[in-house]
Design a protein around this ligand. Structure first.
Ligand SMILES: Cc1cc2nc3c(=O)[nH]c(=O)nc-3n(C[C@H](O)[C@H](O)[C@H](O)COP(=O)(O)OP(=O)(O)OC[C@H]3O[C@@H](n4cnc5c(N)ncnc54)[C@H](O)[C@@H]3O)c2cc1C
Length: 421
């Protein structure tokens, strides 16, 4: 039987997969992306808020094609406090993920990667006596199953990665549950709004992201159900739209593009993580073949904001480059350097973000008020404006934690977290 063969097969055509494929192809490896959906970038499960750095990281020349609008700052609402931070320069954008992902896929194709759509990867196996991996796909176009062989398979198949499960590389055990709509909303000069509170979005936050001139916003939230009175985020969204003193007033009742999704909470990332529990593993080598994970499949997300587009692309580049090198040299041990390189880039940030996330889950509404009140002090506010970075939030968080009023509050909440656990 005729069988397709590639050096690298990337499962999933999201930002992480497209970037991995682009860099594998660029480095000279024959590369294929397999995507189960009929179109790259659809359906969208994203608020589409990314940094200027992420726009640059995408290497898409025509950024106008996917940008909804520039985000000029953020207003953070706690129960009875409002903190307003205006960005001194262009730092964030609301984007259209469907177009963004399609552009990333085109860039991968330009470097020589092939793409097949409507094809779901059912299994990745190393057969007895064979050197390459066999990928079995169910395709809508080829009447049933088809097999493809590759030396390296990159699992970029998102939060519930089948490739991770098949390889025994489960990297997340907890998830945020999210829901979002697009609707008419009184937006304020392109400021993103964030809402925290136990009854608003337990364990995470709710948002309203403006999309430009037409008073339309993406309104959504995530919850960490381990800390929630109810496991369904939709219940909280409906309540926020109907009753929240700010959201309900600004929301005008229309809704479209309703989406639900999950965001992985990473485990065992960063220095010393292995000492306290399971260490995340994103590479598996089987003699002459190997499996790697990237993006949400590898839980490469910011625990503070849930954002995964920037980290996914960043790690995708590293994964693609290293996969190609392993294939072209025939030395699969090269794949181990992927783990080291991505952890070096974002491991510490994720580890710190995990601590912030755990604290946020137990902080009371009253303590959130105190925190935002403290952060609104002119000196602290200037610091946030100067150093605030949505991709590397630990920089400002570390500073906050040194504030005399917050040291005691945080210490109390650390104890509370340990007790709750
Ligand atoms: C409600 C919500 C809001 C979010 N908002 C933001 C935000 O504002 N900013 C931000 O940075 N991040 C945000 N995120 C996170 C962001 O969407 C993800 O981190 C990002 O999409 C991860 O990219 P990825 O390429 O790893 O995976 P995905 O984008 O999930 O791509 C995975 C692809 O794999 C395909 N696939 C899955 N299984 C198979 C299979 N067996 N065979 C073939 N194909 C398969 C899927 O169809 C999909 O196309 C949000 C997430 C949610 C749920």
């Amino acid at each position: 039987m005729f069988m397709l063969e590639y050096d690298v097969v990337v499962v999933g055509g999201g930002p992480a997969g497209c970037m991995a494929a682009k860099y594998a192809a660029k480095e000279g490896a024959s590369t294929l992306i397999i995507e189960e959906d009929a179109e790259i970038g659809e359906p969208v499960q994203c608020a589409g808020l990314i940094s200027k750095r992420a726009v640059e990281e995408s290497e898409i020349s025509d950024s106008k094609s996917f940008i909804n609008c520039e985000i000029k700052g953020a207003v953070v609402h706690s129960h009875s406090y409002e903190l307003r931070v205006e960005s001194p320069d262009k730092r964030a954008f609301a984007i259209r993920r469907d177009i963004f992902d399609k552009e990333l896929a085109k860039e991968a194709q330009k470097e020589g990667a092939d793409i097949i759509l409507r094809s779901k990867v059912k299994s990745v196996k190393k057969r007895e006596g064979e050197t390459k991996l066999t990928i079995t796909i169910a395709t809508a176009t080829a009447n049933g199953e088809k097999e493809i062989r590759a030396s390296v398979v990159i699992g970029a198949d998102g939060v519930k990665s089948a490739v991770a499960k098949m390889a025994g590389l489960n990297v997340a055990k907890n998830y945020l549950n999210c829901v979002q709509i697009e609707g008419e909303y009184e937006t304020e000069e392109a400021f993103a709004e964030i809402f925290v509170g136990k009854n608003i979005a337990p364990g995470f936050f709710a948002w309203a992201i403006p999309l430009g001139a037409e008073n339309i916003a993406r309104i959504g939230l995530c919850i960490d159900k381990r800390f929630s009175s109810h496991p369904n985020p939709l219940l909280f969204l409906k309540r926020n739209l109907a009753e929240h003193p700010v959201i309900a007033k600004k929301y005008k009742g229309t809704r479209s593009n309703i989406t639900a999704g999950t965001i992985p909470i990473p485990v065992g990332v960063g220095t010393g993580a292995g000492l306290r529990g399971r260490r995340q593993k994103t590479v598996k080598i089987d003699k002459e073949a190997g499996i790697m994970l990237v993006g949400d499949a590898a839980a490469q997300v910011k625990p503070v904001t849930g954002g995964g587009v920037y980290y996914g692309m960043k790690c995708g580049k590293i994964a693609g480059e290293i996969a190609a090198k392993a294939c072209l040299t025939g030395d699969m041990k090269v794949l181990n350097s992927y783990e080291r390189r991505w952890q070096k880039e974002i491991g510490k940030e994720i580890a710190f973000g995990l601590k912030v996330h755990r604290l946020r889950c137990v902080i009371s509404d009253k303590d959130f008020d105190t925190i935002f009140h403290t952060l609104s002090e002119e000196k602290v506010l200037q610091h946030i404006k100067g150093k605030g970075d949505m991709d590397y939030p630990s920089v400002v968080f570390r500073e906050f934690l040194k504030h005399p009023r917050l040291i005691k509050l945080m210490a109390r909440n650390i104890l509370k977290y340990l007790y709750t656990k």
